[in-house]
Write a protein that binds this ligand. Structure first.
Ligand code: ATP
Length: 267
């Protein structure tokens, strides 16, 4: 299933042609939830080994349009996973201190420690996404960032971090419905920002910017995946699968038992 979602090196993701409502061949919602629980059992085991080995880490980078479900996916996929082993870092608009440095400074200082899983809710891809669409820097400045990003992620991978980048792909209609719910449901009002309407107007510009960013930065060691995200359960299963695959590929090995332990009984 993952092969269909993974974007190869140099491949054009053609977002407009990709499914947003796929069931990933899983049938009904109920089967999706069962699959998710099985994957989470594997994540728990692998996470404990990752921590025990303490040598490698996983970094999941999440991007998507407003209301694509980044927050809800994090809540649902990581619920029940040892919270000590997962660090979620949201990247909002850079503050003065961050703007006074290069754009990767705040990113690099938040990468996961060895033995942990890091989740970036937005990331340095904003620096070739919203920054490009809103023309916050001249074109040549964001254009050269693809090269920086490729090299930065190469370095992370070389040093033991499995980098996986996920575009939560929703349809224009699904975004409309979700934003409308934020207006209609008092419990969700706080999530609504008038700026979301501006960003929605720029939908084609964002899609084009991410299409290019994904094409320019998907590599074998730090691949992009386009996740059909209109159905929450299918989205969650896909993300959990990607995490399991990344952990299995790292294959963390627990340190060998101290030979002096043989036959020791605690008095
Ligand atoms: P959500 O991610 O669900 O929209 P939020 O609105 O609660 O969450 P905020 O902390 O307000 O999150 O930050 C998200 C906003 O910050 C987005 O509009 C995003 O485009 C913007 N942002 C993130 N990184 C940058 C950047 N490098 N330059 C400019 N804007 C950025």
């Amino acid at each position: 299933m993952l092969d269909a979602l993974r974007i190869g090196e140099g491949e054009d993701p053609r977002l407009a042609e990709r499914e947003t409502r796929s069931r990933l061949g899983l049938g009904k919602k109920k089967e999706g939830y069962a699959a998710l629980e099985e994957l989470k059992d594997r994540i728990r085991v692998l996470q404990a080994r990752l921590h025990g080995a303490g040598e490698q880490s996983v970094l999941l980078i999440l991007q998507g349009m407003d209301a694509s479900g980044k927050d809800s996916m994090i809540r649902r996929v990581f619920k029940g996973i040892n919270p000590q082993g997962v660090i979620v870092h949201p990247f909002g608009r850079p503050d003065d201190g961050e703007l006074a440095r290069d754009y990767l400074w705040r990113i690099h200082r938040n990468v996961p420690r060895r033995g942990t899983i890091g989740v970036f809710n937005r990331s340095h891809y904003e620096d070739v996404g919203v920054v490009r669409v809103k023309q916050l820097v001249p074109d040549e400045v964001w254009q050269r960032r693809y090269r920086h990003i490729r090299e930065f992620e190469r370095m992370l991978a070389d040093e033991g971090t499995a980098v996986r980048k996920l575009w939560l792909h929703i349809s224009y209609e699904e975004q409309r419905a979700r934003l409308q719910r934020r207006i209609d449901d008092p419990e969700r009002n706080w999530k609504f920002e008038f700026e979301d309407i501006d960003a929605r107007r720029d939908w084609p510009l964002y899609q084009a910017a991410y299409e290019e960013a994904i094409r320019e930065t998907s590599t074998a060691h730090a691949p992009w995946f386009v996740i059909p995200a209109d159905r929450r359960w299918a989205r969650d299963v896909a993300v959990a699968e990607i995490l399991v695959e990344a952990l299995e590929q790292l294959d963390p090995q627990l340190p060998a038992a101290d030979p002096r332990l043989a036959g020791v009984t605690i008095p």
